[in-house]
Design a protein around this ligand. Sequence first.
Ligand code: ARG
Length: 604
Amino acid sequence: IAIAEEQMQSKPTISDSSKMESITDILHQLFHTAICAAFPDITDPPVVIAVAASNPKFGDYQCNSAMPIANIYKQSARNLAQKILDNLPSHPMVEKCEIAGPGFINIFLNRDYAVKKLQAIFQNGVQPPTVERKKIIIDFSSPNIAKEMHVGHLRSTIIGETIARLLEFLNFEVHRINHIGDWGTQFGMLIAHLQDRFPDHLEKMPPISDLQSFYKEAKERFDEDEEFKKRAYDSVVKLQSFEPKHIKAWKLICDVSRKEFQKIYDRLDITLKERGESFYQTRTEKIVKELEEAGFLENDDGRKIMWGDESTTVPFTIVKSDGGFTYDSSDMAAIKHRLQEEKADWVIYVVDSGQATHFQILFACAKKAGILDPKKHRVDFVGFGVVLGEDKKKFKTRSGDSIRLVDLLDKGLEKALDKLKEKGRDKVRVLTPDELKRAQESVAYGCIKYADLSHNRNHEYIFSFDKMLEDKGNTAVYLLYAFTRIRSIARTANFTPEKIKELSKKENISLEHEKEWKLGKVLLRFPDEILKTLNDLYPHHICEYVYEIATTFTEFYDSCYCVEKDSSGDIVKVNYGRILLAEATAMIMEKCFHILGLKPVEKM
Ligand code: ARG
């Protein structure tokens, strides 16, 4: 749910020849101008722009505004379409427009314009569309200390990383925050148990390698032993008032978890700055006082609660009856820190959909308390569905335990290697051991990330190595192979990246053939796809787009030769315009891969 009333809309740039522009934004602007001029008495006219269906005679884009306007004026839509065209400003991007059927306006793009925009890639690289710079805090991954980091956290980690990469590509100031659960009541029993098991822990690092079983032991004692339970409670109080010995014990426990988390982050190439719940302790004390003084808190059977607005039906618990703080109160302190101290313009929370209500209340309470100003700030809850096993039940091991992420990644590596062997890629002539290892990691981690990202994040998805490692369909394996093949086209013709750059100064990308033009148009949609994803934060748009690039490329390659060889394998003819088109395709795919966290390899 995006609650900011004023969503950040990208502002179309006026023709800047050095980069690709959003075609729909430009068309929107042009037709907005035309419709306003043609029908000055309509305020806020409907401007409907769409990509045209694949038949070339319908043009490349369409404006479908004449029909809704015809409903207002009770006139023929074809006549109104003509009126719109009479008022349409000229633009180098638009070659011509035609009226068709009941009043569709078919828009044909100018091919020289298209060539020029794609050609710019070789000089400047794949550049992002221009957007107003904002400071953004993105809260993702956020596992809990001592409890396991589960597949839900893996989803948050993968989706969050991709959104962060997208925002960084657009040149926003991005802060990636790991809101680790490092301050809950569970620390009382962990510390008390640590004191008993390792009385010398303050002098000597205790040899705890498996924090999960340590947690289990502590929990068992907590549930059974009244005296232990009492000590656990005392420990929390001492910890939260920063008693040095307790802080030291707490740090020890956090360090063990932190090392485990870091292993996962390193393997998946994830960057995060840790700022856990403990960071907000003193700020929570402060905000609770402020909320109390402002009269926002209500006494409910000893608890202090705060209500959001009419849209929410449950209150936040700001202070528990024993005086302790909660997940709710630390999130209130955190949102205040982010918007007021850090002065972020936009805060994004990537958390499972089970917490949707929590964030709805958080945003409502923050608005009520004057922390969140919808005119100034944008806040998004980026939710996602649960991960299921192949039996469509909650993802667990056969014995019913939850799956450790390290084991999952190891399994991925194993399966990826099997796949490569199945294709005979382990033979020395094909790949060296080093290349094989790189391919293995690229496939394993790539397929896990891609399977997650390519599904609409709102839905649950079924985790299946067999599905994600298929080499047909919209999978990482298919795309990584497609990419390697495209890159090898230029290589067989002996073109290095430097030579391509040189070539692009003399030769133009070829967009004459029907299939060349079809591919070129898909590539030109890059800025639009990026902006669409920026707007709604659904990474699967980028997956669908990069898959469309790969399949459209195959269509092009099937009917257009790039390098012609004779029967002995010698090159007899090179079509330079097509080599450039293939290279532009690879460069745009590579940018999408980077955003999705896929690491293509030159050979696989
Ligand atoms: N640690 C929480 C969990 O595992 C997620 C925290 C999300 N971020 C936040 N600001 N509440 O469920």
